[in-house]
Design a protein around this ligand. Structure first.
Ligand SMILES: Nc1ncnc2c1ncn2[C@@H]1O[C@H](COP(=O)(O)OP(=O)(O)OP(=O)(O)O)[C@@H](O)[C@H]1O
Length: 282
């Protein structure tokens, strides 16, 4: 079966600094695949490369068999992308925001109104579609952004921290919509999150990145079982059963506050993101 996504030796540098370093990934059609890693691990850079927003040589990224470098437009037609940054316009209504994306993504004119309505209904915003996005809560804005990405009926949905800054109820609501849409359409989902609980409960398989490289790959249960095996080898078998957070710490180290650590590099990103979220919610 053709993979939904394959990356072979994906490498991307900003100047002399390698953000992604020889990453191999294979995402199966229909799965929810989580990309985990500490701040600065290279997750967003990976997603942006897959979304054809960063230049990558031919032969490195394929989306449903299409080369992201040679067949950029074909790949873009298959993708929905919800970035970390705010993509909804506060001065437009929910419906206008989604309609704008329908035009940008070239949804045929005769299908546009229906597709906009379907996307809004899919995220539960149908009844609120007439309201200005400025009046939406943080969770509603995130669902609106999901609707914007859905309007082109993507086969691969890329979500960069879709629940950042949301309360637990809004988070569940966003995830419940993602799950419903996936079940209804067979859409593949590639998602980043810093929530180990979400990764554990909502993702079929996970890849853990650190310093631009793949450190671990498997289902949440496989990753936890691997850690049990590592502990047995090193004589730590008496510890309580590992959580996904233990797996994360094992592969990423815990020195996120160490000077010069990869976490420090991501600190500015963190600050930016928190502020973006605050402005989204305000
Ligand atoms: N536009 C840029 N210019 C220079 N360096 C960048 C740029 N974007 C990212 N980087 C660097 O690339 C590395 C990977 O960043 P990236 O944003 O991909 O990580 P991430 O895993 O998504 O982090 P976070 O969890 O904080 O979003 C980091 O060291 C970051 O500082």
């Amino acid at each position: 079966m053709t993979p939904a996504l394959s990356c072979t030796g994906l490498t991307y540098s900003f100047g002399t600094s390698k953000a992604v370093d020889g990453l191999d990934l294979l995402v199966r059609p229909g799965e929810v695949f989580g990309l985990l890693g500490p701040n600065g691990a290279g997750k967003t850079t990976t997603l942006r490369a897959i979304a054809t927003l960063l230049p990558v040589p031919p032969g490195v990224i394929h989306v449903f068999g299409h080369d992201a470098a040679r067949q950029k437009m074909a790949v873009r037609r298959l993708l929905g992308y919800v970035p970390q940054q705010l993509s909804a316009d506060a001065a437009l209504t929910g419906r206008e925001n989604v309609a704008l994306f329908a035009r940008v993504f070239d949804v045929p004119r005769r299908h546009r109104a229906a597709r906009v309505g379907q996307a809004l209904d899919a995220v539960g915003l149908g009844p609120e579609a007439h309201r200005l996005a400025a009046t939406y809560s943080g969770g509603m804005v995130r669902r609106l952004e999901l609707a914007q990405a859905l309007v082109s009926a993507p086969r691969l949905m890329i979500l960069d921290e879709p629940t950042i800054g949301l309360d637990p109820i809004a988070r569940d609501s966003v995830w419940d919509r993602i799950t419903e849409i996936r079940v209804g359409t067979g859409m593949t989902v590639l998602v980043t999150t810093h929530s180990m609980e979400e990764a554990d409960q909502r993702c079929d398989r996970l890849a853990l990145m650190h310093l631009g490289r793949l450190r671990a790959l498997g289902t949440p249960a496989e990753l936890k079982n691997e850690l049990v095996a590592h502990r047995e080898e090193s004589g730590d078998a008496a510890l309580p059963p590992p959580t996904l957070e233990d797996v994360f710490r094992y592969h990423s180290g815990s020195g996120l506050d160490d000077p010069g650590s990869p976490g420090e590099k991501g600190a500015f990103n963190d600050v930016l993101r928190t502020r973006r979220t605050a402005s989204r919610r305000g």
